[in-house]
Design a protein around this ligand. Structure first.
Ligand SMILES: [Zn+2]
Length: 151
């Protein structure tokens, strides 16, 4: 005779175990409900599961992973490329450097130098632009004409 003959699981206890287990109760809570030890409840659940009377619920999906932004990768180890240097066009050989008061009506008005401490502030190219004079509006020498069109 087995020693637990008087401790057989009743159908009512099995119903309680199956219901409570499926609703998410812990084995400790179920043990309190049926008046048995947690180990006894664990063993009963295992047997009920083997008989197909307890079906485990699928686990909830894991929480979404936080996206970690990777630092940008550069092609070479030296880091980002430095900005391209600003190319200052060289002065034409006939640049004179006149201020506005010295500038003739057909002299090139391309500013070649500026200094706030000087009055007038700007120095203009001053090269002859008479070949391009267009009613006083077109006022750059041949050199600065090509420079401005190249942009
Ligand atoms: Zn010029």
């Amino acid at each position: 005779m087995p020693s637990n003959l008087d401790n057989r699981w009743t159908a009512t206890e099995d119903d309680i175990i199956m219901h409570e287990h499926n609703t998410g109760a812990t084995t400790q809570q179920i043990a309190g409900l049926v008046g048995r030890t947690r180990n006894a409840v664990c063993g009963r659940i295992w047997r009920l599961r083997n008989r197909g009377l307890i079906v485990e619920k699928p686990l909830p999906p894991p929480p979404p992973k936080k996206r970690v932004r990777k630092p940008p990768r550069y092609r070479n180890a030296a880091g980002p490329r430095p900005p391209a240097p600003i190319v200052v066009p060289p002065l034409p050989p006939n640049a004179i450097g006149r201020n506005l008061l010295e500038l003739g009506s057909t002299d090139c008005r391309f500013i070649i130098d500026s200094d706030d401490r000087r009055a007038p502030t700007h120095l203009y190219c001053g090269a002859d632009a008479s070949a391009f004079a267009d009613g006083g509006e077109n006022c750059y020498c041949a050199y600065h004409q090509t420079r401005l069109r190249a942009r």
